[in-house]
Write a protein that binds this ligand. Sequence first.
Ligand code: SF4
Ligand code: SF4
Length: 112
Amino acid sequence: MTYVVTDACIRCKHTDCVEVCPVDCFHEGENMLVINPAECIDCNACVPECPEEAIFPDIGRGLEQWLELNAKYAALWPNLTQKKDPPVDAGDFKGVTRKFDQYFSAKPGEGD
Ligand code: SF4
Ligand code: SF4
């Protein structure tokens, strides 16, 4: 099992989650984060920290695509271990559903 970041993170990217991860397994894309499934130790620490409720254990129904996406982009995007400011317009995207189709970006973030 692993935890995965899902749609709600897109364009919100508050990064509260990275501060509590004991194994630093978050990676930063241009407008979302992903978890490296090979490194996540299933500790659940990040889940309550996420203001968007974007993180779930991959055992949930319908999460296969997110597991695939997390694994793929964790290998391509840089590691992020410290909290940074969210995008200035993050509030505009809070609660918006099905953001992937419109807003997902495969570009990497800056990382740290
Ligand atoms: S705290 Fe939630 S919204 Fe913020 S970057 Fe982490 S997963 Fe994304
Ligand atoms: S469940 Fe734990 S190890 Fe996995 S990403 Fe969240 S904080 Fe990191």
